[in-house]
Structures are given as structure tokens and as C-alpha cells.
Design a protein around this ligand. Structure first.
Ligand code: PLP
Length: 409
């Protein structure tokens, strides 16, 4: 993993060249006010003001200049466990990070803050399109295809508007070239916002390709244990962060303190989890890809198409992709099965993969994607690879394909 340096005016602590793994365990040490090694859990929603009348200075909430050492007042403004999570995230991303109650509330906050007239977006997580519909109802926001520059210009996409790129992409795990979209956005003075949920810190740093804001559904890899909802927005502009903070105060979409505590616990192992999960996915994809080309293999009988950024990296896309994702191509891939019924039955034959939606946890999941997204091919399986031994996962898949074959599929 490359070492990271916080920006000069970093919010949390001083700059350093410590690696991601070390920062994940120590970047919040300055907030450890007790003798506890594990962070304390604070459940209070309200916090006593100073007992010294001289220190009591009335100030409107929205005028507060917030840092991670600002004393908490009320937990819709800030709270110790979420502040600690934000401080860690800021260091891990060399940016100013703010957390939200979910990935979608983070995306909503982003659109409320910038209030664009036009947004260029295509595919990716369907829920983000739902948020855009809500915002369009209020502001008349226009949506244009991410790949259709003529449509951008016809809609007048320009200063203050947004080019939103999800990479890698839900549900296939394929990547998009951020440098190209940055150039197109910059030419029109528009912003590049990146949903980096599928490629968390350690796998990619979209700021290097010019992202203005990086968003995560922290529910996935930042949480990593399928037990917390979280959204994150990261910016390198302190003023934007302060504006987002003030608006979150009124949106009210803060994380709960327990989730903030879980998030800190989870980040300690982010790098090793994501590295293992990504490597496992690449090995499974390599095995499946090879087996699909072998006459007589059960994989060839069952799977008709395989998608993952690691496959893209073998072709022309490898030129930009190896720079964009130098440490691995992400733990999610997609398989298209031979028919709808094979896809519907596959999860029931697996023992190690849970049949469930979501992704990012240490437990491997598989989803017949039609269960939660009506827009996808009804033969598509989304696979979120966990931290188990990859050969056990391979055997589980192979046995499941054999079981389907024995049923005459
Ligand atoms: C790429 C992506 N962005 C955003 C979200 C929304 O996140 P949340 O479920 O935390 O609201 C998801 C959820 O699956 C996602 O996959």
C-alpha cells in the first residue's frame, strides 16, 4: 500500500507519511481522552456546556467553525463516536470526510449542497437514480447519459453541474476511466463526483484522478461486517466540508453513535479485509474465466458471461485501470447464468455464500440480482466475495454447479 499524506491544512491531525494500515489504527489517537485502548461508547444526545460563565458565548449552530476537537453540543451537530470515525476517514482519504446515516443520504446531501441543474450519470446503483428523481421533483434537475456528450451540451451542462461516476460499478464490478470523465467535466467547468463504494481506500484514490467529491456507502467496506448503515462524503475543500456540515445539521441525516463506534472498530482492519477480499475475487474470476473456456467443464455449462474489472485490466483498459486501481480490482463480480431458472436456483445450492443483497462484509454473499433490481438481466448473479479461504469458495461454487447439473439444468 502506498503511504499517504494529509493535505497541508488537514482537519484531523498533522501531516504524516504513515501507511494506510497504521493510520487506520492510530490516526484518531489524539481523540483518545481516556485510558481505554478500545474507544469508549458515548450514547448521550446532549452534552453539558462549560461551567465557567466566561466561556459561554452564544453562537448560531450554523456559524460554528467545526474541528474534531470542538466540544459536542447536541448529537445532530456532532457526537464523539462519529467525530472519531470522521477524523479517521479524513486521514485515510487525505481529505475532509463527513458521515451520514446511509450512502443514499450522503448522495442526497451532495445534490442538495451543489444543487446542479444537470447531472450526467448512467447505470450503477439504482437507488442513486431514485434520489435523483426526488431531487428532480423539487428542483427540476435534468439527467443526461454519462456517455453522450452531445446530450450534455444540449442540456447545457456547465459550471456548477455534476458528472457523477460510479467505479467500480454496481452490480458488475467493472471500472470506469475517471481521467476521461474529469477532462470532459473540466472542459465545461462541471464537477466530477465519484461513488467509490466498490473501491474503498486502499484500492483506489479518486482524488488522484481529479475527483471533486468522493462518496461511499460506508455500509459496505467501511463497515465491513454487514452490521451498520453509513454514508460518507469526502472533499479536499474545507469550505465545502463546512457547508456540507451546516446543511447536514438541517437535513438531520447523521449516523447513530453506535454505528459511529462500529465504524471505528471496522476501519482498524479495512486494509487487510479489502486486500484479502479483492484478491479472493480475482482468483475466483480467473478460475471461472479459464473454466468457461474449457470444453466439458461444468462452469462452461452454467455460466455464459463473467464481468469484473480484473478482466478489463487484461485488455486495452489495463492502461488506465492499473493506474486507477493499483492494489486490486475490488471484491464484487457478476456472472450471467445460462437461463433465469438456473440463476434463481443457484443460491439454494451454495453453503458458504449467503443469498442476500448488499456487499462488502467479510461474509461472502451472492444475489440473484433481480430480487432487488428490476432493471437488470434476470440471469445475473452479483457475487460479493468475503474473507474466507478462496479455494473453499471455489469448491462451494463448483459443487453448486454440479448439483444444478444433476437436477438436469
Ligand atoms: C454503489 C452504491 N452507492 C450507494 C449505495 C447506497 O448505500 P446505502 O445502502 O448505504 O444507502 C449502494 C448500496 O448498495 C451502492 O452499492
Amino acid at each position: 500500500m502506498d503511504s499517504r499524506t494529509a493535505p497541508d491544512d488537514a482537519p484531523a491531525t498533522e501531516t504524516s507519511t504513515l501507511s494506510l494500515e497504521t493510520l487506520a489504527i492510530h490516526a484518531d489517537d489524539h481523540l483518545n481522552k481516556n485510558t481505554d485502548v478500545a474507544p469508549a461508547m458515548h450514547v448521550s444526545t446532549t452534552f453539558r456546556y462549560s461551567n465557567d460563565p466566561e466561556e459561554l458565548r452564544p453562537i448560531a449552530d450554523e456559524e460554528l467553525e467545526i474541528t474534531d476537537s470542538t466540544p459536542p453540543v447536541y448529537s445532530r451537530l456532532s457526537a464523539p463516536n462519529t467525530t472519531r470515525l470522521e477524523s479517521l476517514l479524513s486521514r485515510l482519504t487525505s481529505s475532509y470526510a463527513l458521515t451520514y446515516s446511509s450512502g443514499l443520504s450522503a448522495f442526497h446531501a451532495l445534490l442538495v449542497y451543489y444543487n446542479p441543474r444537470v447531472i450526467a450519470i448512467s447505470g450503477g446503483y439504482h437507488g442513486c437514480h431514485g434520489v435523483i428523481s426526488l431531487v428532480s421533483k423539487l428542483s427540476g434537475l435534468k439527467v443526461v447519459d454519462l456517455f453522450d456528450e452531445e446530450a450534455w451540451d444540449a442540456a447545457g451542462l456547465g459550471e456548477g453541474d455534476i458528472v457523477h461516476v460510479e467505479t467500480p460499478l454496481n452490480p458488475t464490478g467493472e471500472a470506469r476511466d475517471l481521467v476521461t470523465f474529469k477532462e470532459r467535466a473540466k472542459r465545461r467547468k462541471a464537477l466530477l463526483t465519484v461513488d467509490a463504494t466498490f473501491g474503498p481506500p486502499g484500492l483506489q484514490d479518486p482524488f488522484k484522478q481529479g475527483a471533486d467529491v468522493v462518496m461511499h456507502s460506508g455500509t459496505k467496506y467501511i463497515g465491513g461486517h454487514s452490521d451498520m448503515l453509513c454514508g460518507v462524503l469526502c472533499t479536499r475543500d474545507r469550505e465545502v466540508w463546512q457547508g456540507l456540515w451546516t446543511e447536514r445539521l438541517f437535513l438531520g441525516s447523521v449516523m447513530g453513535s453506535f454505528e459511529g463506534w462500529l465504524g471505528v472498530r471496522s476501519l482498524r482492519t479495512l486494509e487487510m479485509r479489502v486486500r484479502t477480499q479483492s484478491r479472493n475475487a480475482e482468483r475466483l474470476v480467473e478460475w471461472l474465466d479459464g473454466a468457461m473456456k474449457k470444453e466439458g467443464s461444468v462452469v462452461k455449462d452454467m455460466v455464459v458471461e463473467l464481468k469484473h474489472a480484473s478482466l478489463q485490466a487484461k485488455g486495452e483498459d489495463g492502461v488506465w485501470l492499473k493506474k486507477q486501481m493499483p492494489n486490486g480490482y475490488g471484491p464484487v463480480f457478476a456472472m450471467t447464468m445460462k437461463d433465469r431458472e438456473t440463476a434463481r436456483r443457484l443460491p439454494s445450492k451454495l453453503h458458504l455464500f449467503h443469498h442476500a443483497t448488499s456487499l462488502g462484509g467479510v461474509e461472502s454473499l451472492i444475489e440473484w440480482r433481480r430480487m432487488s433490481d428490476q432493471t437488470v438481466d434476470d440471469r445475473l448473479m452479483r457475487v460479493s466475495v468475503g474473507a474466507e479461504n478462496w479455494e473453499d469458495l471455489k469448491e462451494d461454487l463448483e459443487n453448486a454447479f454440479e448439483a444444478l447439473k444433476a437436477e438436469g439444468r
